[in-house]
Design a protein around this ligand. Structure first.
Ligand SMILES: C[S@@+](CC[C@H](N)C(=O)[O-])C[C@H]1O[C@@H](n2cnc3c(N)ncnc32)[C@H](O)[C@@H]1O
Length: 379
């Protein structure tokens, strides 16, 4: 602030660095002059801006790490049945008393818990519904996965941006993961949680009545196949994945009472053809791979489908304006975790599908971070 400025004036003159839709500017702010000599008014405005966006982004990981630790410590499961006072909640979650009060109050401030006048804590409804381990709607597997893998992996972002090479090399990651790696269980249940909302949307939005069989390619535990089969009792099919995934798939499908309708199809989509079904689903598969592999997989899907069959691909699609941060950051996650993976736009995917022979391509938002691209094989 300059001499004579008061707080009120300062607030009035904050420059909001967003366009009318409150999305980040996709062009530099207009200065009205050459970049090297800003007009006096603009430089005064810049002096008076508070760095709110910088601060919000910079500290964002504190918030997400607090939530991930709350899931790791089972805070929401502990509070699902009853509200608890500080001392009982601290003891039941095994938290040291030094950090407990501030930790639980931070979760209140983040809107995850409430605290009443007597100092008792309880779950806010959304957190109770999705983060109580004993509910079928439990999404905590996603946060456990983000906590155990992504949070660590993102520490190498700067290095990967410099080299273009992920620390693991990104090659053969899946086979290593499924070969007794301690992270396998967290990964697979994280996949189920991360695709739950998308799978439910697909079950509701796709015209399944027109089809009899469905196979989910790269199925992991079978989360999407289970959601779709539960909603559509006439469907049979299953999930295709590497052979080591079969026991996890079989037990998940059994737990949902679907073993008579959903089978495991064992194979490697690099060396084997894809199994045949009226509908093939590829959820969060294409984004793992480079363009040549994306095209190879779409070609295999086309050959595996019968005439009139359908392919459903879903990933965190980049929007056409490249304005939404989530899919762009997800593409950076592919940079960190894979040798050649990247996110893409709906238009990119439709064009690759067209080249593979598909027709009638359309996109369908799935209500979370994912968008489906749906295509047909001609009759
Ligand atoms: C990112 S996960 C997606 C899981 C699930 N479709 C979802 O959306 O939650 C990728 C899946 O592809 C499987 N996969 C990777 N390489 C494969 C291969 N060569 N052949 C068959 N499946 C493979 C992995 O085992 C894993 O289950």
């Amino acid at each position: 602030m300059g001499p004579g400025d008061c707080a009120g004036e300062h607030q009035d003159r904050l420059t909001i660095m967003t366009d009318s839709n409150q999305t980040p500017l996709l062009r530099p702010p207009q200065t009205g002059g050459a970049a090297t000599s800003q007009p006096a008014e603009t430089s005064r405005q810049i002096e008076r801006m508070i760095p709110s966006r910088i601060l919000e982004i910079s500290y964002a990981f504190w918030r997400s790490k607090a939530l991930m630790s709350a899931v790791e410590l089972d805070v929401f499961t502990t509070l699902a049945d009853n509200s608890l006072d500080l001392e009982t909640l601290t003891r039941r979650t095994g938290i040291h008393e030094r950090g407990a009060h501030d930790f639980f109050d931070a979760l209140v401030a983040l809107g995850a818990l409430w605290r009443d006048a007597d100092g008792r804590y309880g779950n806010q409804p959304e957190f109770d519904y999705y983060l109580d381990r004993r509910k079928p709607t439990y999404l905590g597997g996603l946060l456990e996965h983000l906590n155990a893998r992504h949070y660590q992996n993102w520490g190498s972002l700067t290095q990967v941006l410099r080299t273009g090479v992920p620390p693991t090399g990104g090659v053969g990651t899946y086979k290593a993961l499924h070969n007794g790696h301690p992270m396998q269980e967290i990964f697979l249940s994280g996949m189920t949680a991360g695709s739950l909302v998308s799978a439910q949307a697909l079950a509701a939005k796709f015209p399944w009545r027109q089809f009899k069989t469905m196979i989910d390619v790269g199925t992991a535990q079978g989360g999407a196949a289970v959601e779709i089969a539960c909603a559509h009792p006439h469907l049979t099919g299953g999930g295709f994945d590497l052979p080591q995934v079969e026991p996890v798939f079989a037990s998940y499908v059994l737990k949902h009472g679907l073993s008579d309708r959903l089978k495991f199809y064992s194979g490697d989509f690099f060396s084997d053809p894809l199994p045949t079904a009226d509908v093939l689903v590829m959820g969060r598969i294409l984004h793992n791979w480079d363009l040549a592999t994306k095209n190879m997989l779409l070609g295999k899907a086309y050959r595996a489908l019968p005439p009139g069959g359908a392919l459903i691909v879903y990933d965190p699609l980049i929007d056409d304006r490249r304005a939404d941060a989530h899919a762009l950051l997800s593409s950076l996650n592919m940079l960190i975790e894979t040798a050649g993976g990247f996110e893409y736009t709906g238009a990119d995917c439709k064009e690759w599908m067209r080249q593979a022979g598909f027709i009638e391509m359309r996109t369908e938002p799935l209500g979370d971070m994912h968008t489906a691209v749906i295509a047909r094989k001609a009759l």
